[in-house]
Design a binder for this molecule. Structure first.
Ligand code: NAD
Length: 254
């Protein structure tokens, strides 16, 4: 059975870069995403050893179907739980508008927390049985600190970053520690890579605000995530588990 790395949200901005990085490293890469159009764009690149799967990870029935299909041909020994919905800051014009709607709440929780949990249930369990594997959950600087609302206020107007992103990213940390402990004796390691803001078409105003909060005085580049991903997916990190590693230019130390 061929070993493979599975990346959820693999057709998004960072997921796609991660797929391409691991393909260059000669991995077999399984990209899971629910966005048809993005998957089509990725397929159009005709990348060798890339397999794409359209799947909404918030539905257990879909993940069950996905795992059946994948497990016929591959053993997923590295799982990257990358899919998430980044709540866009919204304007708090009316009373209570600083709060997400309950639909937003459910959707964001379901993609990050339920989706990652289900992926671990179907793919992590297989790793535990085989006593090998590495699970990498994707966090954020907001897995450690609260959003600084001043930057959204001044760069967008009277905007607020919703509570949901803080909850999902702190929740991912709890899930990381839980499964690191549960699977510790099974030789399955579970860690979290938490990037700071990565440069990608942000407005100059927002970039300026963010830079002021980052000791290295700049946003991250997507390729600056590769080193840690490589390390966490290799035996070089064989005694590292349950950790949240911040790759954030020092954003969370001040
Ligand atoms: N971009 C940044 O600056 C940054 C910074 C810190 C952390 N992160 C984290 O990195 C990860 C990737 O971020 P990104 O900027 O590439 O986001 P993105 O929105 O470009 O990618 C997310 C992908 O997840 C997919 N997705 C959403 N719901 C899904 C579902 N139900 N089932 C399957 N796939 C689904 C989307 O289609 C999309 O392709 C996220 O966890 C994000 O929180 C990003």
């Amino acid at each position: 059975m061929k070993k493979a790395i599975l990346i959820t949200g693999g057709a998004g901005f960072l997921g796609k870069k991660y797929c391409q990085f691991f393909l260059k490293k000669k991995f077999v890469v399984l990209c899971v995403d629910n966005d048809k159009k993005k998957i089509k764009n990725l397929n159009n690149l005709n990348l060798k050893n890339l397999h794409t799967y359209e799947c909404d990870i918030t539905f257990e029935s879909e993940i069950k179907r996905l795992s059946k299909e994948i497990n016929k041909s591959f053993f997923v020994n590295i799982l990257i739980n990358n899919a998430a919905i980044d709540a866009v800051p919204f304007k708090k014009e009316k009373k209570n508008q600083k709060f997400p709607t309950s639909e937003m709440w459910d959707k964001e929780m379901n993609v990050s927390l339920k989706g990652s949990f289900l992926m671990i249930k179907y793919f992590g369990e297989k790793m535990a049985k085989k006593k090998q594997g590495s699970i990498i959950n994707i966090g954020s600087d907001l897995s450690l600190i609260a959003p600084n609302q001043n930057i959204y206020k001044s760069s967008y107007g009277n905007y607020v970053k919703p509570v949901t992103y803080s909850v999902i990213k702190h929740g991912m940390l709890g899930m990381t520690k839980y499964f690191a402990s549960l699977y510790g004796s099974k030789n399955v390691r579970v860690n979290m890579l938490s990037p700071g803001p990565i440069k990608n078409n942000q407005s100059p105003k927002l970039i300026k605000e963010l830079k002021n909060l980052i000791p290295m005085n700049r946003l991250g580049k997507y390729e600056e995530m590769f080193g840690l991903l490589n390390f966490l997916s290799s035996d070089e990190s064989s005694y590292l588990t349950g950790q949240n590693i911040l790759v954030d230019g020092g954003r969370t130390i001040i």
